[in-house]
Design a protein around this ligand. Sequence first.
Ligand SMILES: [Zn+2]
Length: 93
Amino acid sequence: MTDTILCKRCKKDKTKLAKPPFRNELGGTIYGQICSGCWDEWLTHQTLLINHYGLDPRDSKSKEFLYQQIESVLLNDKDGQDIDTSQKGDIEW
Ligand SMILES: [Zn+2]
């Protein structure tokens, strides 16, 4: 059975995630609106954010920051914390 959703981010019918990525409301929202391809892209971006800001994903403040980024960037297509332009030299690739 292929499970597809109309992804809010890429606006295409794509494969949905196998399960919600988080056990909270946001996880359910992502599961219901974002395709697995876009989620994979987000995870790559998130790794950059974590490295750039030196975040500890187990830390609740870091988690909150990442959740906010997911809401604004992934779900609402807004500009997130910009890690690509002004502070480019600081990013460890
Ligand atoms: Zn998508």
